[in-house]
Design a protein. Structure first.
Length: 362
């Protein structure tokens, strides 16, 4: 019959200390420390006896578990999976285990996951995903249910933080909580400038679903820059779609039908290039172009946003705005764990021109 596992009481007797002192030396404590010479005696005794500490006891003693709760909108989206990979690597270096939850774009599920992480005493919580837009830039114009959900989320995260947990959000700020803030509008504006510089003058936009802040910011940045350059996108050439590959396919199919209408042909003013507000939508748009018997970029050029690494092998290569997603995950982990003095960490995008938008000569 195998020997029974060594207990903490045996370690305490071996080290000549109380059980409470042995527990604090091995498991840590949220409120009390142990004299260094006593801690060394306990650890040496534990090593001699081949004692294995109980992770649950450690968590109870420290007041927090070793879990880092990550809440994303859609783990199947490579945008979120790349961020998650960066968080997982950073968490591993800190001795933490990432628990992952996907909200499927449900604010209620997001709040429920935050509450669960709080009850389970997770070490930290990171939220990755777009916030909702508030009409006219103010809470007073937004539906009361939307404002209430946002307030409830901020309150839950603030309560968690005040109780000693770490918090960070990725994308847009939630109140004054730590945030990795992506300059979506600025990146899209830089893309518009780059496309204009290489000769494009007529633009279409596949924007995301109404109410999604990331899509709205990218659409606004792109559109405002085009207007300043004197070639705004026409209303008929801006099409909403889900923030997915199929959403991009459907939106591009709708735009192509508008482009081939009698009125559009008569006006001879159809888009030369179409900006999809994320890469997965752009891939769907390229498929829709092919299925319509047309070619990218010969018949219409396409650009995206994010520079998802798993999509870099599409043909032709996709022009996009590169966002360092894995690095963003690591930065958010540092924010959540208090490893940096920053509270707001801005991240800029970089325009990457590829074969889907060759230089155009008029």
């Amino acid at each position: 019959m195998p020997d029974a596992p060594v207990t903490l009481s045996q370690v305490a007797r071996e080290a000549g200390v109380s059980l409470a002192t042995a527990s604090r030396a091995i498991n840590g404590s949220a409120t009390r420390s142990v004299r260094e010479d006593l801690r060394e005696r306990v650890l040496e005794a534990a090593q001699r006896l081949d004692y294995s500490p109980d992770p649950s006891a450690q968590a109870m003693a420290r007041g927090r578990t070793t879990a880092l709760g990550l809440v994303v909108h859609d783990i199947a989206d490579p945008y979120f999976s790349t961020i998650a990979a960066g968080i997982a690597r950073a968490a591993e270096r800190e001795g933490l285990i990432v628990t992952l939850s996907a909200t499927e774009n449900s604010p209620e599920r997001e709040l429920a996951f935050v509450e669960l992480a709080r009850r389970q005493r997770s070490r930290a919580i990171i939220l990755a995903g777009s916030r909702v837009t508030l009409p006219d830039g103010g809470a007073g114009a937004a539906p009361s249910a939307v404002v209430a959900r946002m307030a409830a989320l901020e309150a839950a995260l603030t309560t968690f933080q005040e109780a000693g947990g770490g918090v960070a959000v990725i994308g847009q700020a939630v109140g004054s909580l730590p945030v990795v803030e992506i300059d979506n509008a600025g990146g899209a504006g830089a893309l518009a400038e780059a496309l204009h510089r290489i000769g494009y003058r007529r633009f279409g936009v596949l924007t995301g679903p109404p109410g999604l802040r990331t899509a709205a910011d990218r659409t606004r940045g792109f559109g405002d820059t085009l207007a300043a350059l004197g070639c705004p996108a026409l209303d008929r050439d801006v099409v909403h779609g889900n923030f997915t590959r199929d959403g991009g396919y459907d939106a591009m199919t709708e735009l192509l039908s508008r482009m081939t209408s009698a009125a559009a042909r008569a006006a001879a003013n159809t888009p030369e290039v179409v900006f999809a507000v994320n890469d997965v939508m752009a891939v769907g748009a390229m498929a829709a172009v092919r299925d319509a018997g047309l070619r990218v970029p010969d018949d219409v050029a396409v650009a995206g946003f994010d520079d998802i690494h798993t999509l870099r092998d599409v043909t032709p290569g996709l022009t996009t705005v590169r966002i360092p997603l894995a690095e963003i995950g690591a930065l958010a982990t540092d924010l959540a764990l208090g490893r940096t003095d920053q509270v707001r960490a801005p991240v800029q995008g970089e325009v990457v021109l590829r074969d889907s938008t060759p230089e155009r000569h008029h």
